[in-house]
Write a protein that binds this ligand. Structure first.
Ligand SMILES: C[S@@+](CC[C@H](N)C(=O)[O-])C[C@H]1O[C@@H](n2cnc3c(N)ncnc32)[C@H](O)[C@@H]1O
Length: 237
């Protein structure tokens, strides 16, 4: 496979290329960000609970965040980056130590509201923020979950560098990203995002100080059929 130096989305050919969303390449980043914020503020964001239920993601999230998978026991400052309606925060709260502190941020105020409504917990702080400009000090968090957000950046490096900056050395990251498969292209169309090649993502994360530890699949079926996207645990170097 040729070296990919530039992780911005390249024009894909064939069916996947025809299906994949063109929103990121058609707009400037500022314009796209406003478009995405409006998208999640509106009906699409409202429907995430329903779609999560239909696709099984509401339940499948619990297979990733648990002691035998992404284990947050012992972590004291946990970040849910691009928390959406709080799907992953819910499981983080379930397994985190009672004295652990959970911070959730999202670009969309409405998604934050949906998350607050779901979690109803004084242990979670919700903040409106952009993944490429995080309002946290260096080396602040010991565990981070970033689910299905990186695909909303044309270039993943500013977001990954920010995540690496706010993580303690040795801290753990669970990253979930839409993959460049046929089903990934269809998701990209629906959610107006890009897709990632697995090897390319591994490489760009390493460049940003995040070392690939292990991949996860929701179930064996997902692993066999390469479904469910790229899900992996990383360690802050
Ligand atoms: C597909 S949803 C995923 C939500 C949640 N992580 C989950 O897995 O259920 C993507 C979320 O990312 C947020 N988002 C998109 N671009 C963002 C950015 N640049 N900074 C912060 N949040 C962003 C959206 O508002 C939306 O809530």
């Amino acid at each position: 496979m040729p070296e990919l130096q530039d992780p911005t989305p390249t024009k894909k050919r064939g069916l996947k290329g025809a299906i994949e969303s063109k929103q990121l390449s058609r707009r400037t980043f500022d314009n796209y960000r406003t478009f995405i914020k409006d998208h999640y503020d509106g009906l699409a964001g409202k429907l995430t609970s329903f779609t999560g239920f239909v696709t099984g993601h509401e339940t499948l999230a619990g297979r990733l965040i648990r002691p035998s998978a992404f284990d947050v026991r012992g972590c004291k400052r946990i970040l849910d980056a691009g928390c959406g309606n709080g799907r992953y925060s819910k499981f983080l709260l379930r397994w985190a130590d009672p004295d652990a502190f959970l911070t959730s941020f999202d670009l969309s105020e409405r998604m934050l509201k949906r998350s607050r409504r779901r979690l109803k917990s004084p242990r979670v702080t919700h903040v409106a923020a952009d993944l490429t400009r995080l309002p946290y000090p260096d080396a602040y968090f010991d565990a981070v979950v970033c689910g299905w957000v990186l695909e909303h950046l044309p270039d993943p490096r500013p977001g990954l560098k920010e995540l690496a900056r706010v993580m303690q050395s040795g801290g753990k990251l669970l990253l979930l990203v839409t993959e460049d498969t046929l089903t990934g292209s269809m998701c990209s169309r629906m959610w107006h995002c890009r897709t990632y090649n697995r090897e390319e993502l591994k490489r760009v994360c390493a460049d940003c100080g995040l070392q690939w530890v292990r991949p996860y699949y929701f179930t064996r079926l997902h692993a066999w059929f390469r479904l469910g996207g790229i899900i992996a645990e990383f360690r802050r170097q």
